[in-house]
Design a protein around this ligand. Structure first.
Ligand SMILES: [Zn+2]
Length: 383
């Protein structure tokens, strides 16, 4: 039993309680109690003590947008927009990556995340060129939780030789390997390394086949897992969806089943009001990556508006080269400041709201959320 004493505990419980002079009781791998230090010290007199005075204790952060295989590429492609970024810099390098490279990159990424307080992450596309089990084992061994989205690709991409076929599977092979990984990893180590589906980004007319995205939705439902999809993050994507399908990006996702509580849509910078309503009705989650959106000049997601409408918005750092960091404290601060300047309202996304985003929590309706409460939460961003 370990007792961390004297901390200011930000509980993020339904009442959003902030506990001064608090203690946290930890038994094995579990937090078993949080309360006033004096009370818990009396209850657990023989516990090992760790003095946390002057420290803030927060729940672990959840980073819902990570590309761990790019952690070694930070600052490699600064000051470029998405096309040259991907096609001239990132893809040519990743093409020659081995499992060993990916493992080192993942381990570095995890160390950085742990140092910054992240305890759960979503790796949005574990590529077929890497031995999946090697990477999943590393997540399970390094002590945090990971959702590893196994890359799946449409047959059209394979047959059109759009991408280097030496490193890609056919559609059937990519789904078969994903289902094997789901079957194994979602049932061991208490699900510490969960497997989802990470489909090819729909933005190319030669590879974007609706039947493929319907299959993603079907397999996710059948295997009771989730899918994480990059969708409409760039203004160029709107033109693609309009010309190819006469739809908006979220309308496309809705038409082919990729909406719902088990779906994470990354992007959201160019949403129409109708798309927001689809997200509300289907309870689809939106991943906001403010630093990457600013760095790549992608746009500004209307996070305050989405949350106000009832959409669950989470935060993610994106890739090493999109952001140059995997630090959720910085990401929360960026999210708040970006909403402030884009809405001209400094309270559009309060610090407490940003904290709720990285817990995957909806906006609190708690009546105890007072102004003084919010001031105290702002301590987090004072560093
Ligand atoms: Zn991404």
């Amino acid at each position: 039993m370990l007792l961390v004493t004297g901390v200011l505990a930000v509980t993020m419980d339904p009442l959003r309680r902030l506990l001064k002079d608090a203690a946290i009781a930890i038994k094995g791998e579990k937090i078993i109690n949080i309360g006033k230090a004096a009370e818990l010290e009396a209850r657990f007199p023989n516990a090992e003590r760790l003095d946390g005075r002057g420290m803030l204790a927060l729940p672990g952060f959840i980073d819902t947008h990570v590309h761990s295989d790019q952690a070694l590429l930070r600052s490699f492609a600064d000051e470029t927009t998405w096309r040259p970024f991907l096609f001239d810099y990132i893809f040519p390098l990743l093409r020659y990556r081995t499992t060993k490279d990916a493992l080192v990159s993942l381990q570095l990424c995890i160390l950085e995340m742990l140092k910054a307080g992240t305890t759960c992450f979503v790796d949005t596309m574990i590529h077929s060129r890497y031995e999946f089990d090697v990477l999943a084992s590393a997540v399970a061994e390094m002590g945090l939780r990971g959702v590893l989205a196994k890359y799946v690709m449409p047959q059209a991409a394979f047959e059109n030789n759009k991408i280097d076929t030496r490193t890609f599977h056919s559609e059937d092979e990519s789904f078969a390997s994903a289902e094997r990984a789901i079957e194994h990893w979602n049932h061991v180590n208490n699900g510490r390394a969960q497997v989802w589906l990470g489909p090819l980004v729909p933005r190319d007319p030669e590879t974007c086949t609706p039947s493929f995205y319907m299959r993603v939705a079907h397999v996710a439902a059948k295997t009771k897992t989730g899918a994480v999809l990059h969708l409409g993050a760039e203004q160029d994507d709107l033109k693609f969806f309009d010309e190819s399908f006469h739809m908006r990006p979220v309308e496309f996702a809705w038409a082919y089943g990729l909406v719902g509580q088990n779906i994470l849509l990354i992007g959201g910078c160019w949403l129409s009001n109708d798309e927001v309503q689809i997200l509300v009705r289907t309870k689809t989650n939106v991943v906001h990556s403010p630093s990457a959106n600013m760095k790549m000049a992608s746009g500004v997601a209307p996070v305050a508006k989405l949350r106000g409408a009832g959409v669950n918005v989470t935060l993610g750092t994106d890739a090493g080269a999109n952001n140059n960091a995997h630090d959720m404290i910085r990401e929360m601060k960026a999210a708040c400041l970006l909403q402030s300047i884009s809405t001209m309202d400094p309270s559009a996304l309060a610090a407490e709201d940003a904290l709720a985003c990285i817990q995957g929590l909806m906006k609190s309706n708690c009546t105890l959320t007072t102004k003084s409460h919010r001031r105290r939460v702002h301590l987090i961003f004072a560093c």
